[in-house]
Structures are given as C-alpha cells and as structure tokens.
Write a protein that binds this ligand. Sequence first.
Ligand code: F0G
Length: 457
Amino acid sequence: MPLMEPYRIKVVEPIPITTPEDRHRWLAATGYNQFSLRSEQVTIDLLTDSGTGALSAAQQAVAAGADETYAGASSYYRFREVVSDLTGYNYIQPVHQGRAAERILFGSVLRPGMISVSNTHFDTTRANVELLGCVALDLPCEEAADLDSAEPFKGNIDLARLRQVLAGPDRPRIGQVLMTITNNGGGGQPVSMANIEAASRLCREHGVPFFLDAARFAENAWWVTQREPGYADWTPRQVAQRAFALADGCVASLKKDGIVHMGGLVAVNDPELAEQCEMLCIATEGFRTYGGLAGRDLEMLAQGLIEVTDPLYLRARADATRYLGSLAKAAGVSIVEPAGIHAIYLNAKRLLPHLTASQFPGHALACELYLQGGIRCVELGSLYLGTLNERGELQSGPPFELVRLAVPRRVYTQSHLEYVGEVLAQIAKHPERVPGYRMTHVPKLLRHFNCRLERMG
Ligand code: F0G
C-alpha cells in the first residue's frame, strides 16, 4: 500500500499568506505571545490537534439529521451505542470537553488531601486534581528521560515506582491512578498494553480505581498494533476495546480522537460513582442526554469515533507525522524520538545552545517559526513549566526545552508539512541568530496564555 491519505478534499478553506514585516509587527503587538494572535495572522497552525480536525462528509450528513431534543434525543442514543461498543462501560456521559470530564470524575472520586497518580497528568488534568486540594503525582518511566532513544513505549508509567507508592505509607491517600494514552505531556509517546495491564492489576490488588485519560486512544492503539509483540494481528479498535476493558472507566477529550470540534466523555462501571458523576454533570454541564453538547455534536462524535480507528486513516496520520519528524531531522533539528502521532516535539535546547534556560529557548524557537514562516506552535519548556519569580526571572527550569508541533487531523497536506520543514531548515542554518526573550508581564495564573515578553536582540 503506497503512503497516502485514504481520503480526498471536497471543501477547502484559504490559508493566510503573510509577509515577514506583518508577522514581526503582529507578534510584537501580542508581547511575543502566540496565544494572542488572530487566526488570520497564522499560515500553518500547529498550536494544537484539539478540536481542529476536518469533518468527513459522513459526519456532516449525520449532523444535518441530528435530533436537538433536550431530553432523550435519538442522537444521544446513537452516541451511547457507539461509545458502549468501544469502551464497554455501563455509564456513559457526554460532556462539552475533556476538562469538564476531569472535573466531574475527579470531583466524584477524590477528597482533599488525596493523591492522583499518573504516567503524566496533562496540564488541565493536573489543575483539576489540584483544585480539589489534591496532589498530582507523575511517575513517567525511566526511558522517557532520554529524548533520543527509540524505545517504543516511552509513555509508560514506571511500574516499580507505582508498586512502591501503592504498597507504601501513602496508600490510604491514593484516590486514583490515571493512565494518559498517548502521553501528551511526555512527548506524545504511547503506552504499551503490557504496561496498562500491569498497572491495572496493581490497582486491583490494592483496591485503587484505575482510569484512562483516553483523549488519543486510537492513536495509542495504532502504535500497539505496530510495535507491541503479540498485537500485529489485532485491529486498532480491538486494542482500544481491550485497553478500556482493563480500566474502571475513563475521561476523554473527544476533540482529539473523536475528530469533532467540541466534545468529551466520562464513562465508568461503578453505579454509585455513576450517580455521583451524573449529579455533578446535570448541575454544571447539562442534562444526562446532552451534557453540554448539541445533538449534531453527538452525531458527529458517533461517526468520528468509528472513522478514527480505521487502520488506513491511522497509518496515514502516523506516516505524515513521522515525515514531518524526518524533515525536522534532515534540517538539523532534533526531535523527541520516536516521532509521535499527534505531534513532534523539537529539542530547542540542542538547537539553541547559546540561549540559557532563563532566555526561554523553546519560546525563542516557537517565535522564530512564526516570524520566519507564519507557523504557530507551543513551547513546553522553561516558560510554561519553569518556576519564575514575580519579575519573570527563571528560578528553576524543567529538564527539557521542547516545542510541540501538533498536527490537526485530516487538515494539512504533504506540501504544507514540507513548507514547515523548509522554514525549520532556514532557522537551523543560522541558529545563533535566534535571540532570547525576557518576560515583561508575569500573570500569577495560567502564565503561558497571558504573559508578555520582549526580544533580547
Ligand atoms: N487530557 C489530555 C491528554 C489532553 O491532551 C487534553 C487537551 C485534555 C485532557 C483536556 O481536554 O482540551 O478537551 O478540555 N489537550 C489539548 C492539547 C488542549 O493541545 O494538547 P480539553
């Protein structure tokens, strides 16, 4: 089978073609914060793969026939049927997006002072744990620390440490174990079925609820079929079904592998927990048969959740992202190995050794991609994860300075990716010319969304 997308384009949208002068002016006006750019100012938007996918003709068709009834809409039952077949869970609650699912599930499971353990909590996930007065403990596997190693499942949880924590003095405080598949906070790396199975078994032994953060469940399943011994003959859907069966429930942002613009999910087996979640959902999201979504969203989700496990679609997506990774490497820019499926993560520290962590090298590279090519992406380094004082000076930085290029689903073609590769090559020709940044406005909360910076050269 040749490498190509198993679909063709029926509807197109122009993308803005801008000049370097415009981009310099626009980015300076935002205080060098790409979250404050307007979409008309962005040529290739790799900020996120969340809610940015292209709909299929089949999704649009079912949306047109959706039932917008408040209670008991047929669109809800279609959604429930598809999710039930996929996950096997008894209680299935749509919500408007992933973080709503987190608030509802964690609010029903955790009590102040408890600990949530994960391979890596995504940032909103961590925030929802901490808002409940709890502690979010990340236990990524050791292989994840080596950005260059080609280990196949660097998203795994560290089982030895999980066992230690579950058998240790903190056991009574552990409210849940949450496995994020794929591990977005950890370079977009997948989690093996062996790791999910072992974590599930440990949780059962110690009587701790085990949940999945299943935002990219199909992409994780794809890697399992490709990389894990014993799964070569499984379909991605079968792998996903097995992963769900190993957990007591899940939260999911369906803006990713639901291939829709808005949607999320809480699903559990325990009837008491389900009742608690339903109460919170009705009070804060919407009635149980819509949970903050329109009937058309539920219909498109039901269809998207079927399309997303198509092996041809997943292969094309994995190939596209790997191709982008190979372009980056050919340009001389290291990435977190192996390339993920929803994103590649550039190693900014290695490309810009002349910048110290306090000059925000990840942010500097992200800005350069915009200034030189109109490409928007996000830094995962000292700006986002570092500890800063009130003057915006770095006190302690994270171990890595990464830049995430997230690939929206079914949106960009090979030539768009080649364009990104060319811009990277242009930057990598003279990396020493990329200046550092200094923070001029330091918000107390949600710093990376609202901070302002200035160029130091
Ligand atoms: N969990 C994971 C693993 C995520 O990647 C996200 C969102 C969420 C939960 C929260 O879901 O946005 O629907 O409320 N990730 C986006 C990203 C924002 O760009 O990676 P949400």
